[in-house]
Design a protein around this ligand. Sequence first.
Ligand code: BEZ
Length: 211
Amino acid sequence: MSLRLGDIAPNFKAQTSTGEVDFHNWLGESWGVLFSHPADFTPVCTTELGTVSKLQEAFAKRNVKTIALSVDSVESHLEWIKDINETQNTEVTFPIIADPDFEVSKLYDMIHPNASDKFTVRSVFVIGNDKKIKLIITYPASTGRNFDELIRVIDSLQLTANYSVATPANWRNGEDVVIAPVIKDDEIAAKFPKGYTKIKSYLRTTPQPNL
Ligand code: BEZ
């Protein structure tokens, strides 16, 4: 059965480049990004893992841990990390799961047989600190991900988890947000003391409330 938003992220134990991980214990109180890539020693994946490595401070600021996965072995990951560090000018410290038996890949539906039955696609799962799945995105092997976009989405997810707002198209942290339709006009002053703009009865904006 495929996973859906709001499901508890299935727990697993796996060998990784930094030792054995029990996923839920490893997450602890943090949010998590679990992302698969097709294979070690491939060009796009090398740039992706280098990029995630360089964004570690941005993820940590948001209380987010990252963990990668491919069907290669721990030994392969450790050798490849040397190349990533060298070519991407970084130091990969987050774990890469070794999934040669497809156990985690199948649990998270990361093998899409019409793309390949041997390698994982580029899946991304964002998991909240309640262990629930907040976001699922799938990219094909040929398209490297935009991890700045992932940070942008995490900002939206963390904001909307705490306030009755939603974020409009192309929103960036710091910009005005949309007041949730369930909030009545006469409740707005108490909830959003910075004021609001009513464009339509269903379209009301307010300054980002957590700034
Ligand atoms: C890559 O990471 O460069 C890649 C991996 C599998 C297929 C195509 C590209």
